[in-house]
Design a protein around this ligand. Structure first.
Ligand SMILES: CC(=O)SCCNC(=O)CCNC(=O)[C@H](O)C(C)(C)COP(=O)(O)OP(=O)(O)OC[C@H]1O[C@@H](n2cnc3c(N)ncnc32)[C@H](O)[C@@H]1OP(=O)(O)O
Length: 240
């Protein structure tokens, strides 16, 4: 019996016969989309602080609320990481009523068929590059793979209505929620009701869906180009 066979713990980690190209990579993936977890909460809140608190003094989710939703329903969040750094994120939870009320800001209703998108934010240095619309597009595709989701809703300030319309959201009306002097428009996106065709792919950890939309989402040329580049730079599956 060889020494290595008898004492497996002495076995070298990498076989000398493995070619350099097959060795484990130690670099962080260039671009990765994944659900967030509570360890990401600080990075999320750092982006929120800059994006909202520095502008209006408040933000959609305080740090404890970020942790709360990432504990209760991490599968309704999505982060975009570049070389391990969070550059954009969405946090959602389930809601069970037609319109948003104050309770929707803090509660997750696991029996609800609506996903309430609490916040979409892009890190300051990565804005105006089409990342927000791409992340939203991926998120909405992902929601289509969750059988219990019928629609997505959000509230936004009026100046962002055209931005969300480009992602396929429709105005539902004035939101009953106000925060200090801020008022909001409520918007919704029908997740069910479209014909859809599934492609059996599990890239980047999210099931992918190819959609046949009744009304195609309008995406700008820059967004399409960036997405194409992102797909090109997505990492190969790690060696096992
Ligand atoms: C539910 C909520 O979370 S509402 C709050 C939304 N989040 C914030 O306000 C946080 C701070 N802001 C951000 O994080 C980002 O600026 C976002 C999420 C609003 C936009 O993301 P970005 O990646 O910067 O989007 P980007 O600038 O690339 O714009 C993409 C398209 O949306 C349009 N757009 C962006 N911002 C706006 C706006 N304020 N009003 C109208 N259109 C807009 C752009 O013109 C562009 O369209 P085009 O490509 O056809 O020219």
């Amino acid at each position: 019996m060889s020494l290595v066979g008898a004492l497996p713990f002495l076995k070298p980690r990498f076989s000398p016969s493995v070619s350099p190209g097959r060795q484990r990579r130690h670099t962080l993936p260039a671009s990765e989309f994944r659900p967030l977890n509570t360890q990401d909460a600080i990075s999320v809140f750092e982006i929120e602080k800059e994006a909202f608190i520095s502008v209006s003094g408040d933000c959609p989710l305080h740090l404890d609320e970020v942790r709360h939703f990432l504990t209760l329903c991490p599968e309704l969040s999505m982060g975009w990481f570049e070389e391990g750094r969070l550059v954009a994120f969405i946090i959602g939870s389930q809601w069970d009523q037609d319109r948003l009320t104050l309770d929707a800001l803090t509660l997750h209703k696991p029996k609800g068929s609506t996903v309430h998108i609490h916040v979409l934010a892009v890190h300051r240095t990565f804005r105006q590059q089409g990342k927000g619309p791409i992340l939203m597009w991926r998120y909405l595709q992902y929601l289509r793979c969750l059988p219990y989701v019928r629609r997505a809703v959000l509230m936004c300030e009026d100046f962002l209505v055209p931005f969300y319309q480009k992602s396929g959201f429709k105005v539902q009306g004035r939101c009953s929620i106000t925060v200090a002097s801020l008022t909001f428009t409520e918007m919704q996106y029908p997740v069910r009701g479209h014909a859809l065709m599934r492609r059996n792919s599990e890239a980047i950890g999210f099931p992918q869906t190819v959609l046949l939309l009744e009304e195609p989402i309008q995406r700008s040329e820059s967004a399409l180009l960036l997405e194409e580049q992102t797909q090109r730079t997505e990492p190969e599956p790690a060696d096992v």
